[in-house]
Write a protein that binds this ligand. Structure first.
Ligand code: ZN
Length: 72
C-alpha cells in the first residue's frame, strides 16, 4: 500500500492518505487538503500547478505493508 502523511505539508495534521498506487494516494491527499487545508493548498497552488503538486506528492509516497506480522 502507498501512503503519504499530510504532515509532510501541514505540520501537526495526523491524516495519512492511502492508495493502491502513488497516483491514488496523491489524489486522496489532495482531496483531503481541498477540504481541510484550503489556505495551505492555496499557497501551494500559487507557485505550482495541480499536476506539479501531485508529482511532488508522489515523491513523498511511502511503501507500507498491510500486514504487521514482521518484527512482532
Ligand atoms: Zn491534513
Amino acid at each position: 500500500m502507498k501512503t503519504i502523511a499530510c504532515k509532510e505539508y501541514v505540520p501537526g495534521c495526523n491524516f495519512v492518505a492511502k492508495g493502491k498506487t502513488e497516483e491514488e494516494a496523491a489524489k486522496q491527499l489532495l482531496e483531503h487538503m481541498e477540504k481541510n487545508h484550503t489556505e495551505e493548498l492555496k499557497k501551494m497552488m500559487s507557485s505550482s500547478s495541480r499536476e506539479q503538486i501531485i508529482s511532488d506528492m508522489k515523491k513523498k509516497v511511502k511503501e507500507e505493508d498491510e500486514e504487521w506480522e514482521e518484527g512482532m
